[in-house]
Design a protein around this ligand. Structure first.
Ligand SMILES: C[S@@+](CC[C@H](N)C(=O)[O-])C[C@H]1O[C@@H](n2cnc3c(N)ncnc32)[C@H](O)[C@@H]1O
Length: 245
């Protein structure tokens, strides 16, 4: 419940009410006595994230490249994701939302180091991959592209067959609407082994956080792994969902 309260307070902040103080967070700070300049830590972090998100995501993040391919990833989240990949050592990383193909190449690069047989499945409703992304050796070796909606019956069926009996890790970076993220979470939840993750990307100012809250209410096999937000700068606040049972 405390986690839900914290997520909800973050959601409120990111929907424009930056001055709203989380009562849950204030109660927490009374215990620790760690308020910063009259603000609770949680409020300070929320304001800092709002500022950072507006500045960095809108002005800078969309220009990030990986090996010359436009890649819409936050380097802090990439770091955390490689830590998760090292720990989980997935056989298959399933990415919803390919765009130019840069992130699939990135995940494949990490995966090759932690699982020699590891493969990436990347899904997009349109094929926007660059020739460079398609022809990178690591991509030719390890990446499969699926064309279609990541929540569509046909794609879900193909993913289910591909991950059967394998250790899967999911990264959701397609449409970030409430309806779509919730349908992806429901479709993929049972395909994740205990200890692995569904990483929901871009939760800030989108419908994704509401989808996560609803999903966690109906599925107690998962919890938000807050330690994955320890670097503070993250586009995936509340989105590191670990399967715990
Ligand atoms: C944020 S971009 C992905 C960025 C990419 N992962 C990267 O890091 O560079 C979102 C992508 O999701 C795709 N998309 C939108 N709706 C989708 C759906 N229903 N199923 C699959 N992909 C979808 C879009 O075409 C777009 O290329």
């Amino acid at each position: 419940m405390k986690k839900l309260m914290q997520m909800l307070s973050t959601l409120v902040v990111f929907y424009g009410a930056a001055c709203v103080v989380s009562t849950a967070a204030l109660a927490e700070d009374k215990k620790t006595g760690t308020a910063i300049e009259g603000m609770s830590n949680q409020e300070f972090i929320s304001r800092f994230r709002t500022f950072w998100y507006q500045q960095a995501t809108k002005n800078g993040m969309m220009k990030n490249n990986y090996l010359g391919i436009l890649t819409w990833q936050n380097p802090m989240d990439v770091w955390i994701t490689q830590e998760i990949m090292y720990e989980v050592k997935p056989d298959v990383v399933v990415e919803a939302g390919t765009f130019r193909g840069g992130s699939a190449a990135l995940w494949a690069t990490f995966l090759a180091q932690v699982n020699p047989d590891g493969r990436v499945i990347t899904i997009d409703i349109k094929d926007k991959r660059t020739e460079r992304a398609k022809n990178l050796p690591i991509v030719k070796e390890r990446v499969t592209f699926l064309l279609g909606s990541s929540s569509g019956a046909e794609v879900v069926k193909q993913v289910k067959a591909a991950v059967k009996g394998k250790r899967a890790l999911f990264i959701l970076d397609s449409a970030h609407t409430y309806e779509h993220v919730l349908s992806e979470l429901r479709a993929y939840a049972d395909m994740v082994p205990v200890g692995s993750y569904i990483i929901v990307q871009d939760t800030l100012g989108t419908g994704a956080l509401r989808a996560i809250i609803e999903f966690l209410e109906e599925n107690d096999n998962y919890e938000t792994d807050e330690d994955r937000e320890r670097l503070l700068i993250s586009n995936n606040v509340g989105g590191y969902l670990k399967r715990i049972k």
